[in-house]
Design a protein around this ligand. Structure first.
Ligand SMILES: [Zn+2]
Length: 167
């Protein structure tokens, strides 16, 4: 479980970005790309390839690519993108040094076998997964709270759900 320190870190990361209004995941992606001065592309995994809840974020020399499953709901797709943005904002690096070289050779014609091999090597620690998930939730909640006519209290509900202030 994310501890108080991890929560504060994720909060300040999300507080540090100005969320687009009206909020949409694609608007956020465009804004982050501009801020980072690196294009962010959303790619689709080849059909028939299933990944876990975590999509994949691939750092190429000149851009970032976020891969999502082809067959999923718009909500889930948005969530995967936000989760990968979480890894990006937290500066998590997958333990796959030769990923970039591989992809440079194979993009854009990624075969399912290659992607499976790459994803197997794109592994994060449990803490990193939880932080990415928390950032995704915080972005969503913050965007909702900023929407016109939004109900307040959602952030407090998340915090108490995490059990952060009850100890
Ligand atoms: Zn992840």
């Amino acid at each position: 479980m994310v501890n108080r320190h991890g929560y504060r870190k994720c909060r300040s990361l999300v507080d540090g970005i100005t969320l687009p209004r009206p909020f949409s995941v694609s608007a956020l992606v465009a804004q982050l790309a501009e801020q980072r001065n690196r294009p962010i592309e959303i790619g689709t995994l080849p059909a028939g390839l299933t990944v876990n809840a975590c999509g994949a974020w691939l750092q190429l020399a000149d851009r970032d690519v976020i891969f999502v499953e082809a067959k999923t709901t718009p909500f889930h797709r948005d969530h995967i993108v936000l989760h990968e943005i979480g890894h990006m904002l937290c500066d998590h690096h997958s333990k796959s040094a030769d990923l970039v070289a591989d992809l440079g050779r194979f993009l854009p014609d990624l075969s399912p076998a290659l992607v499976r091999r790459l994803l197997a090597r794109t592994s994060y620690t449990t803490d990193e997964e939880q932080e990415a998930e928390l950032v995704a939730s915080l972005i969503r909640i913050t965007a909702q709270a900023q929407a016109p006519g939004a109900a307040t209290g959602t952030l407090g509900e998340l915090e108490s759900a995490l059990g952060l202030w009850s100890r």
